[in-house]
Design a protein around this ligand. Structure first.
Ligand code: SAM
Length: 296
């Protein structure tokens, strides 16, 4: 295929733009870096979750760069539009409503699409509630696991926590104010009395850290007239106690061996494992019906 001189010139002069992933404040508007301010001002376009929300930050900083919405409901379509602009040479700044984009926030599709198109992706670090909460928590920081939001329904939430029982590092979760009490109840049921820290309203006027176990922190919150604000929940490793990794059927049989009735044994195992009686019962029934099982 022949290439016209015009096409050759066009290819040589077209330089892709850069995608900047810019962290923004999680409460205190002073928590923005000089580099972030410069790049927000100098970018061609700012892609943000909610233009009204980001407008407040931009007004505070005296920045008038045009904005375009980029949120979980238009991510797929918007990502390809933005990649086309980057290919055209535009520099685009991606911000979320608060903290670091992509961390429980939109941006993943755009970043992967940009990388696939050969566009330079530059992170501009700054606030993130998870790290701010960890730094102030007093829990171990040498090793931690960020788990995003726990599932909203208790059964699923307990299953997720059950899968994390063997983790020995600090666990970090985001949680909504209307679910924090239920979540702490499930943490207590599944993980027992581990150290728990609830970081509320970080970097804001009413910033606080509640420290104790899931039960004591929960009791402190229950005693309040209302539960408001933004919450990050951290769970430390169990103090010395090794998680019980006895298989469920062996745990039920061990209790039966001590004279406990089958139903009471199932109840007890369900409670200590954070499972429902039905789940343990179904598990035992399934096991008994498997070929080669010892029956029950
Ligand atoms: N991308 C953000 C980041 O890097 O922190 C997180 C976005 S996520 C949608 C929002 C959740 O982060 C909130 O529901 C809350 O759990 C946590 N969070 C955000 N700001 C917080 C704050 N100031 N104090 C405590 N937790 C906060």
């Amino acid at each position: 295929m022949s290439v016209s001189p015009f096409q050759l010139t066009f290819h040589r002069t077209t330089v892709f733009g850069t995608l900047y992933i810019i962290a923004s404040p999680i409460g205190n508007l002073e928590d923005i870096t000089l580099r972030a301010v410069r790049l927000l001002r100098d970018s061609t376009l700012i892609a943000c979750e909610d233009t009204r929300h980001t407008r407040k930050l931009l007004d505070h900083l005296g920045i008038s760069t045009p904005m375009v919405s980029y949120h979980e409901y238009n991510e797929a379509a918007r990502a390809s539009e933005l990649v086309a602009k980057l290919e055209h040479g535009d520099n685009i700044a991606l911000v979320s409503d608060a903290g670091t984009p992509l961390i429980s926030d939109p941006g993943f599709r755009l970043v992967t699409a940009a990388i696939a198109a050969g566009i330079r992706v530059v992170p501009v670090p700054g606030p993130s509630a998870a790290l701010a909460a960890l730094a102030g928590s007093g829990l171990a920081t040498d090793s931690f696991r960020f788990c995003g939001f726990l599932p909203p329904k208790s059964t699923q939430r307990r299953k997720t926590l059950e899968q994390l029982r063997r983790e020995t590092c600090t666990l970090i979760f985001y949680e909504a104010p209307h679910r924090v009490l239920d979540a702490l109840e499930d943490v207590e049921a599944v993980l027992g009395s581990r150290p728990v820290v609830v970081a509320r309203e970080l970097t804001k006027v009413h910033e606080e850290f509640l420290r104790g176990t899931a039960a004591t922190v929960r009791a402190e919150l229950v005693a309040r007239p209302s539960i408001r604000g933004e919450f990050t929940v951290l769970i430390g490793k169990a103090d010395g106690a090794e998680p019980d990794d006895t298989p469920i059927d062996a745990a039920v049989r061990a209790l039966e061996g001590q004279g406990v009735t089958r139903m009471d044994a199932i109840k007890q195992v369900a409670r200590t494992r954070g499972m429902s009686k039905r789940e343990v019962y179904d598990f035992m029934t399934r096991l008994a019906s498997e070929p080669g099982s010892r029956g029950s």
